[in-house]
Design a protein around this ligand. Structure first.
Ligand SMILES: CC(C)(COP(=O)(O)OP(=O)(O)OC[C@H]1O[C@@H](n2cnc3c(N)ncnc32)[C@H](O)[C@@H]1OP(=O)(O)O)[C@@H](O)C(=O)NCCC(=O)NCCS
Length: 232
């Protein structure tokens, strides 16, 4: 599955040998309506039409309304396999039980649902957020008000249970969840965020400005972890 950036990049790479080539390529992709529109219009832009702006508007109007538009020698259309269903990602507060549907397959695969319950999940100082793909919960993050012995600030928060369903990873959802948790922690006047990061996820958190402190340690049944943190 590719993202918009990659789709645009690939569009630039195809040769201007007629629209059928673009269409064939598009057919092999993830044929979401919005994504394909962008693909086709990017292709159109690539063709270097003199009146690109007007034609883009014109094409966009017809594509949205009729899923087809004819411009000069180009017939463009959307493959309406998922009619009018644009992807909408929303973030909202959820319950600890809601998180299990994502925690279980991502963080505790093959293990019982009881392993998804964390100490302190239902404390009044704990909060859980979920990211939804339309109505489906696809990613979760939990924030606990807990201090780590390495740090001295009064208001410290721990992130736990960070997980995005495997088929939804690498689309920016994890980033959105961490940003949302950070916004919440800022509102709570948090001074330090810390967590035990799985070794495989260290790079992800580093991109968001978190630093490793100390040596790797093992969490039984889960694997090697590092303490990571950020001062707010
Ligand atoms: C780690 C995880 C939460 C990341 O979520 P995601 O939605 O895939 O991440 P995003 O798409 O928002 O990625 C944001 C950036 O981090 C990068 N990234 C994502 N996962 C990464 C990883 N494991 N290592 C290094 N970089 C990573 C992405 O490429 C992206 O970089 P870019 O902005 O330069 O394109 C998700 O992969 C996951 O649930 N993994 C399994 C469970 C897990 O390890 N959870 C963490 C427990 S501490």
């Amino acid at each position: 599955m590719e993202n918009w950036g990659e789709a645009k990049q690939k569009t630039r790479n195809i040769s201007v040998s007629g629209f059928s080539r673009a269409e064939d390529e598009a057919r092999t992709r993830d044929n979401q309506l919005g994504r394909l529109e962008l693909y086709q219009l990017s292709y159109f832009r690539y063709c270097g039409c003199k009146y690109t702006q007007h034609l883009m508007l014109y094409a966009n109007f017809f594509l949205k309304k009729f899923h087809t538009a004819t411009i000069g020698t180009f017939k463009i259309f959307t493959l309406n396999l998922l009619p009018n269903k644009k992807i909408m990602h929303t973030l909202k507060q959820i319950t600890s039980q809601d998180t299990f549907i994502v925690r279980q397959p991502v963080l505790r695969p093959g293990r019982g649902i009881e392993t998804c319950v964390f100490d302190g999940d239902d404390l009044p100082t704990t909060i859980h957020f979920g990211i939804f793909d339309n109505d489906d919960l696809v990613g979760v993050i939990s924030v606990f008000e807990v201090a780590h012995p390495n740090f001295t600030e009064d208001m410290q928060f721990q992130i736990r249970g960070m997980a995005v369903l495997e088929n939804q990873q690498k689309k920016g959802l994890g980033d959105k969840l961490v940003q949302h948790a950070e916004d919440y922690i800022n509102q709570m006047h948090g001074e330090r965020i810390w967590f035990n990061a799985r070794e495989v996820a260290v790079g992800f958190y580093q991109k968001m400005g978190y630093k490793v402190i100390g040596e790797a340690f093992n969490i039984p049944d889960v694997g090697p972890h590092y303490v990571m943190h950020k001062k707010l």
